[in-house]
Design a binder for this molecule. Sequence first.
Ligand SMILES: *Cc1c(COP(=O)(O)O)cnc(C)c1O
Length: 380
Amino acid sequence: MTHPLLDLTPMTAGRFAGVERKVAALLGLDAAAPGDPYELVIMQGEALLPLEGCIRGVAGPGTVALNIITGPYGQTFGDWLRDCGATVYDLAVPFDTAVTAEQVRAALAEQPDIDFVSLVHAEAATGNTNPVAAIGAAVREHGALLMLDAVASVGAEPLRPAEWGVDLCVIGAQKALGGPAGVSVAALSARAWERLGRNPRAPRHSYLSLLDWKQRWIDAGRTALPHAPAQLEMLALDACLERFSAEGPELVMARHARAAAATRAGVSALGGGITPFVTAARDAAPVATTLRVPEGVDAGELVAKALAGDSTLPLAAGGGALAREMVRVNHYGPLAAENVVRSCVAALGEALAETGGAPGSGVDVPAAEAAVSAAWGASR
Ligand SMILES: *Cc1c(COP(=O)(O)O)cnc(C)c1O
């Protein structure tokens, strides 16, 4: 008996290259795009694979890096950079804000030797998003390479690596694109490939090696795949890119922006002492909205109560040090929808009312639901 997930014809090099072209178009990096050519690699693993591959590819004992920390991923990048022997300057900002281009400019001016900058675009884990265009201009002026983790921003908000001067751009499909988590992409500018090429520490003959893929796949004319691809994941990536184009990038991004605005509006109308974690709306990521629970309420317990009524809601407590104080509403992909946001806010409100919330502040679920609908309509 044939099985639709199991009995597939092998993926050809042509089909694989076709998916690559769709990813390039998604990022505005098609062959026809103006400016320096970029070459991208679809790595056969979750997004941490290309992120680590990029950092180990560029970094060595001679590297001087500015590592911008606006959430947990920035911390990971700093660890890898130090492990490679790089000199690392951390620029950390509170997780309830975004970093500014002025802060980056000042950090670069202080350390003229900096030749590599790592940055996360949107942080699903902390709910903030950073002004990459302005930061990219500052980094280009300084002459350093810019690496961007755009896993949580791609599909949810504009992402233009070539225009913004991003030299190493990493994306995955598992957030706003509603796609698979098992394959992911690193798109590198000519400057970035050149840096990898002259880094004696860049991985070779390794699963982390971008240079291996360049040599064996790109430079060899994309005729034979270096090894069997993650076929199901590649098919799913192709499908989610098709779905994204069919709905239309502008509409998908508008849906995410609306979900973030409606979540903030709903929570503000809810009362009970729960508030947006990211203070300024302009710093809030469209991909997910983080919330701060009132004093005396445990975020994990609140989420468990909210999920008891409907376990399918995209609610989670914060990770690590934020586990007790933060709730995440993961309104991405198909979940960037009015009914999902309304149900999340209502479920949190009912759970808060059960818990008591902040003293003296009532919980008004109908008002919150009305605010979600009003915000959804207003930003249409
Ligand atoms: C989600 C995400 C990733 C991928 O990590 P997962 O643990 O697989 O979800 C990488 N970077 C950022 C900024 C993300 O939000």
